[in-house]
Write a protein that binds this ligand. Sequence first.
Ligand code: SF4
Length: 388
Amino acid sequence: MDPLGIYIHIPFCQYLCTYCDFYKVAGASKTRKELFLSSLHREIDDAAGQIPDPDRFLDTIFLGGGTPSVLTPGQIGGLMESLSGAFRIDSSLEATIEVNPDLPVDWLAGYRRNGLNRISIGVQTFDNAVLSRVGRRHAAGQSIASFHAAREAGFTNINLDLIAGLPGQTGEGWADDLNEVVSLRPEHISVYLLETDQETALALSVRRGLIRLPEEEEAASMYTSSREILKKAGYAHYEISNFCLPGMESRHNLKYWTDRPFLGFGPGAHGYLHGTRYAPPGDLNRYLAEPFQRLPGRTDLSPLERRQRAEEAAIMGLRLLDGLDLAEIEARYGINLISESRSALAEARDTDLLHWDGKGQVRLSEKGLLLSNEVFQCLISTPDPRSA
Ligand code: SF4
């Protein structure tokens, strides 16, 4: 089996951003955080006990949220100890923590000392007016200070997150954001287009006409200008939303895009093992009452499950700018998506959404990058077997 990745969901936030649809809990007490951590330690030990020794081996850890930086360096260090006690860890471990820029900057050195070697800072934009419009409580200066503090703490692999299409953003302001990011020279940059089809406070205000977002074309042109500016600055665009300096792809996230196994710990963390996805309780109270989950074993997948895995693997792989080989998916799952989706793939190619060699190699075109959900539909034909 490939080495595992581990995603840990820390569900706490100090405040709630209006665009966010992640599962999170605001303003939790110290006691509640401690209760959560003891459940998390138990969950890690229990899961490790369900995995045979040769497979209990990991090479990436990702602490996401919520806001993992609400936890002190000591608490994060305790988590890392739990993981290294329960799993064998590859010497090339990539261990990422997501932080908000308003954390006490001296915590960064503590995270580094306690085994994290990659940091992802939620900058979103350097425009303070836009930040406050979406409920972010940090200022641009804190993002820059956190970046420098992370460098001083010894982080040589830093990601900065940006969001395009926020209320009040303009093309000019967005170019300033990109130029500021480029001047800092992080190893990795994520550029997300604001999603407005979810049930968030921001989406509700937009629907009620209380807040206006940049027009769709303007948001699309922000995305396109990201490609131009970042490419010129030496960043490779390797996944729909991700750019990096040579060799600095997120190894953890590559597992999602290349159909590799990962475990999820915490109330909102999904996992994927032996070709089977499993879902978390999705609620902190339920998680505190019973953090244990039965991990999927090595079982034969039903034809419907194999089809669904094949389609998911193809869609995730298509997110990579290099695309993927559908023949490899067939070899893995026995599902021939090429012949089954032939006419839809041909149509996507003819409308310039997709590059397809007529055999197995497919990748998104420049136009397809902006309309990726449409392209993904070409590969979907099955209902979810869990609802069958
Ligand atoms: S964006 Fe991050 S900090 Fe803001 S509410 Fe969502 S999880 Fe919390």
